[in-house]
Design a protein around this ligand. Structure first.
Ligand code: SF4
Length: 234
């Protein structure tokens, strides 16, 4: 089997001209407020929808106090085509209040502090640490877990018959599976690859290694892939 690092180099080359996801583009400016709010908004919605929502939202708010002050109905209206918009609007306000009250409005840069905020889970925590503070961590989502499992880098990541895993199940209880996948990836990658890993898994999971019927015939890393759990590749 090719090493994890070699496979990731092939993906880097293959996707070097592709448009990065909304959150990954936030690396360019590294505003912790925007990264945290953007991440909470982006959960379970498409990138185009997320871009549109964040464009409107960030034209009206530039700090946590603005989010708290915004009328909840206006916030829900801005999130109108996001899934679970009422829950998300409430969570944006709760997290903003906690960051303001407990951390004086500054997003903390440690995992322990971030995870102590209600509404922030392991994936959001790592997105903030990586994209806002450039820490060597990898945000792991269902895309990452599915691809890592199919490639055969981990034996026990629960790739289902069709190769699909839902978001809820994918991260494992308390994010345990996500942490294990992250540990395997971090130990096999160079520093620059760790920073790029999330973007590559997002792109590969969207363009090629899709949940059902992955496009193995045109996959750039097919040679080194065990295709574990893939019953009907295309
Ligand atoms: S060969 Fe198929 S299963 Fe393996 S990474 Fe590529 S698309 Fe996914």
């Amino acid at each position: 089997m090719e090493s994890i690092s070699e496979v990731m180099r092939v993906l880097e080359e293959h996707y070097k001209d592709e448009r990065r996801t909304s959150l990954n583009r936030m690396r360019e400016h590294r505003d912790p407020f925007r990264v945290l709010i953007g991440c909470l908004v982006s959960i379970n919605i498409k990138d185009e929808v997320c871009d549109e929502i964040l464009g409107v939202l960030f034209s009206k708010v530039s700090g946590f106090q603005d989010v708290i002050d915004m009328d909840i109905l206006e916030l829900e209206e801005i999130l109108w085509n996001a899934r679970y918009r009422r829950i998300k609007a409430a969570r944006l306000k709760e997290v903003s209040r906690e960051v303001l009250e407990r951390f004086d409005g500054g997003v903390p840069d440690s995992a322990d502090e971030l995870l102590s905020i209600k509404g922030i889970g392991p994936k959001t925590c790592n997105i903030v640490l990586s994209f806002a503070f450039d820490k060597p961590v990898i945000p792991v989502d269902s895309n990452t877990i599915r691809i890592v499992g199919r490639l055969g880098w981990m034996r026990d990541v629960g790739v289902t018959g069709g190769g699909d895993v839902g978001d809820g199940k994918a991260l494992g209880k308390g994010g345990g599976k996500a942490r294990e996948v992250e540990r395997v990836l971090v130990s096999g990658l160079e520093d620059d690859q760790i920073r790029n890993a999330n973007a590559l898994f997002m792109l590969h999971g969207r363009e090629c290694c899709v949940p059902i019927g992955p496009f193995c015939s045109r996959c750039p890393v097919a040679e080194g892939c065990e295709k574990r759990g893939v019953e009907r590749g295309r």
